[in-house]
Design a protein around this ligand. Structure first.
Ligand SMILES: NC(=O)c1ccc[n+]([C@@H]2O[C@H](COP(=O)([O-])OP(=O)(O)OC[C@H]3O[C@@H](n4cnc5c(N)ncnc54)[C@H](O)[C@@H]3O)[C@@H](O)[C@H]2O)c1
Length: 351
């Protein structure tokens, strides 16, 4: 006899719900999408029709009460993550929440506590963790190939890649610019690979030099009138275990490469870059470069799919989440400390 399907719901049916959530719940035979919620019934109904979802709502409370889903994907702008996560956990659902976890570290802590109280999974959508490169590199690190990692460099830089659509340039809805949007992905990856050490001090600087002027680039023409986030953020973090980290992230750097998404790890026995995956290892008294000959091709589509498959495995108790609520709180504390340090022009202590 086949088990009944898990009932999924989507709150916030926009770009990421369409590309990274709905198709993969539909594809997986263990789930069905029972309902979708948007700000208006009209928007929810349009998405429901597109993905053949039986119910559309304009209120999350009503949906949770009526549909009693087993799991929920939260895909709203960042401003609403906290509220929707808390409601869904209280209703007894497992939750996959888009990144970043929230707008502030306090919100992320509240969400972490709520997940603990509810005894449900709260997974943040840091999909780069599901890349084959990440899996291989994590094994190399755990087997000691890099020795002790004492420095990491985190880059999420775009050349004139300010989104010309959506919510990404709105501080009110997103809480910030490239740091909270793309920087968080690489920051999480660096922390995941290095075992999530405890951050103790953060120094940050942000700049808005390009987004506030008219321009066009990789992601179309942006609107300088509604550009109120940073276009570059940099930070330095010191960790309790002695590791240091430098972060650089931008929507619109005047650089040669269209996009640089990389974590560089420096250990006392070896080093690594994540993209493309390269290992630099001491052997026979010399430093060697190595690269995997064959790895499953990585594109964001496939890591999104692996993320949903793994989340479903966790909901069915067949696996443990890779990205925990506590990890999300740590990411959020660092992000917010970079913004705070920039605003007050001094270092921020996290202990
Ligand atoms: N993982 C990734 O690589 C990735 C990529 C893009 C966006 N994101 C994240 O996904 C989230 C959404 O981004 P997007 O690009 O899909 O935005 P979007 O604007 O395309 O979609 C957001 C949707 O949420 C709906 N919405 C807004 N407020 C709501 C509310 N209170 N209740 C219910 N629905 C509401 C909007 O109507 C819209 O349909 C953000 O947190 C963003 O950071 C993640």
């Amino acid at each position: 006899m086949t088990s009944p399907k898990l009932r999924a719901a989507i709150i916030g049916p926009g770009g990421i719900a369409r590309g990274a959530h709905a198709p993969f719940y539909i594809k997986d035979s263990r789930t069905e999408i029972a309902a979708v919620v948007s700000r208006t019934h009209e928007k929810a109904a349009a998405f429901a029709e597109e993905f053949h979802i039986p119910a559309a709502y304009d209120c999350a409370d009503t949906m949770l009460e009526a549909e009693k889903p087993d799991l929920v994907s939260i895909c709203t702008p960042n401003k609403f993550h906290r509220e929707m996560v808390l409601k869904s956990l209280e209703a007894g659902c497992h939750v996959l929440c888009e990144k970043p976890p929230a707008m502030t570290a306090e919100e992320a802590e509240e969400m972490e506590e709520a997940a603990e109280r509810a005894g449900r999974h709260l997974v943040y959508a840091f999909h780069h963790r599901y890349n084959p490169e990440t899996r291989v590199l994590k094994k190399a690190i755990e087997s000691g190939d890099l020795g002790s990692i004492y420095h990491t460099s985190v880059q999420a830089m775009r050349r004139r890649g300010i989104p010309g659509w959506g919510v990404f340039t709105s501080k009110e809805l997103q809480g910030g610019g490239p740091l909270i949007d793309v920087g968080v992905h690489m920051l999480d990856l660096a922390l995941y690979l290095t075992g999530y050490p405890e951050p103790v001090e953060v120094m940050g600087a942000t700049h808005k030099r390009i987004g506030n002027r008219p321009g066009t680039g990789l992601m179309g023409q942006w609107d300088p009138e509604n550009y109120n986030v940073e276009d570059l953020a940099s930070g330095m973090v010191r960790f309790q275990n002695g590791m240091s980290m430098v972060i650089e992230t931008s929507f619109a750097a005047n650089q040669q490469d269209e996009e640089t998404l990389n974590v560089r790890l420096l250990g006392d026995r070896g080093g690594a870059d994540t993209s493309p995956l390269r290992l630099y290892e001491e052997r026979y008294g010399a430093l060697f470069d190595s690269a995997p000959a064959f790895l499953e091709k990585t594109d964001s589509g496939s890591s999104y799919e692996r993320q949903i498959t793994h989340f479903i495995d966790c909901c069915l108790d067949k696996s443990r989440p890779l990205a925990t609520p506590a990890d999300g709180t740590t990411v959020q504390r660092i992000v917010n400390a970079i913004y705070e340090s920039s605003a007050k022009s001094s270092a921020v202590s996290l202990i």
